[in-house]
Ligand binder design. Structure first.
Ligand SMILES: *Cc1c(COP(=O)(O)O)cnc(C)c1O
Length: 390
């Protein structure tokens, strides 16, 4: 095979393999095992005492199916190392516990589960946590008052797709001796590579675009070998490893990631343009529209604008609920990133716990609907929205 370092991302991920299969299968078998047999005690001690590399117990992360997946995950973000987890929250919690204990400064809107983890659990453990609105970014430098803190954010953010400047935040953080962790779930590694823009740690809910078919729950961390080693020990002892069968399913999904994301990008742009023309739609939040407030910044740091968008319909919460209920192709469900299109109303789901005032402060209007645009024919998605808006 040719030098894999020179190959493009699609070739690299399709031919991602640790070993040549003795039977000629293009893909590796699933190593559905929890343990590994040794020839004798000496061979076992060689592994335990680190003299030779070997697999001892799957929970430690030493499983060939999982390690092959991690090779592919690292490749996607051009990272030195990757770790696979049982869920996105497992990846996020292990990373925050491993690298956020000196204090975590969050910028902008966060996924609801992450917010809960930070408030209910990290703060309970005594970890200082600060939240800055996007508009308060100028205060970041002062918040990083001593080295060793962790800056944490998402871009594009949920559900208004707000964009944060990856390079600018990383520069400020590094000047103050802080690490930068970015949840890259919404963009996917095809549309945005935060490590190349200065981030130190990249997180994914692989449940979303990486899995892409709404049939698996998994998470991923891509980072340097050094930072990954610390997180791996937390993953091992918190017991957060992905199952080998899920790892194999996720590896299968990664082989089509690039084509899926390109189609998600095209479909979402078509839907966004159609919604922008609709008289009952007051606003469309999509980074790929020139009318979007952060369009210029998005164009600088993203190579595609993703499959997520939100619209604000005339008539507030009631009207939005009725549109959601009348959609037939879009399914009324939370989550995102699958081949099927989904609709959800942030005020009824992810941001239900907030007051109206708090929602408006976060740019979530009363009539907002979040769309995860899938891989159906764009004309059918647009027709579905038109009939539901009637
Ligand atoms: C879904 C999601 C998560 C959590 O991932 P799980 O796989 O559900 O644990 C984290 N961040 C973002 C942006 C998400 O959309």
């Amino acid at each position: 095979m040719s030098d894999s370092a020179k190959q493009g991302p699609a070739t690299g991920i399709i031919h991602n393999r640790r070993h040549k299969d003795p039977f000629g299968s293009p893909y590796s078998p699933v190593y559905n095992t929890t343990t590994y047999r040794f020839e004798n005690t000496e061979a076992l001690l060689d592994v335990i005492e680190g003299r030779t590399q070997g697999n001892l117990y799957t929970r430690w992360g030493t499983n060939p199916t999982i390690q092959e997946l991690e090779m592919g995950l690292a490749r996607l973000e051009n990272a030195e190392a990757a770790l696979a987890f049982a869920s996105g929250m497992a990846a996020i919690s292990a990373t925050l516990l491993a690298h956020g204990r000196n204090g975590i400064v969050c910028v902008g809107d966060l996924y609801g589960g992450t917010q809960e983890l930070l408030i209910n659990h990290c703060q309970t453990l005594g970890i200082p946590v600060r939240f800055l609105f996007k508009e308060e970014l100028a205060q970041l430098e002062a918040e990083l008052d001593r080295p060793g803190k962790l800056v944490y954010f998402e871009t594009p953010a949920n559900p208004n797709l707000a964009i944060l400047d990856l390079q600018a935040i990383a520069a400020t953080a590094h000047r103050q001796g802080a690490l930068v962790a970015v949840d890259n779930t919404f963009a996917s590694p095809i549309n945005q590579k935060p490590l190349e823009l200065g981030a130190d740690l990249v997180l994914h809910s692989a449940t979303k675009y990486l899995g892409g078919h709404s049939d698996l729950t998994a998470g991923a961390l891509m980072t340097s070998t050094e930072l990954a080693t610390t997180v791996a020990s937390w993953r091992k002892n918190l017991g957060q490893l992905i199952a080998p069968e899920t790892a194999a399913l996720l590896s299968r999904s990664l082989r089509t990631l690039q084509v899926r994301i390109r189609q998600h990008n095209d479909n979402a742009l078509a839907v966004a343009r159609a919604m922008e023309q609709h008289p009952k739609v007051l606003k469309v939040h999509y980074p790929g529209l020139p009318s979007f407030a952060d369009h210029k910044l998005a164009s600088q740091q993203m190579t595609g604008f993703g499959g997520m968008l939100s619209i604000e319909v005339e008539g507030g919460q009631q009207a939005a609920a009725s549109v959601a209920d009348n959609l037939k192709v879009f399914l009324l469900a939370t989550s995102l990133g699958g081949v099927e299109s989904l609709v959800s109303q942030p005020s009824a789901t992810s941001h239900h716990a907030l007051s109206r005032e708090e929602r408006l402060q976060r740019g979530i209007g009363d009539g907002m609907l979040r769309l995860s645009v899938g891989l159906e024919d764009a004309q059918d998605l647009i027709a579905d929205l038109h009939q539901a808006l009637k």
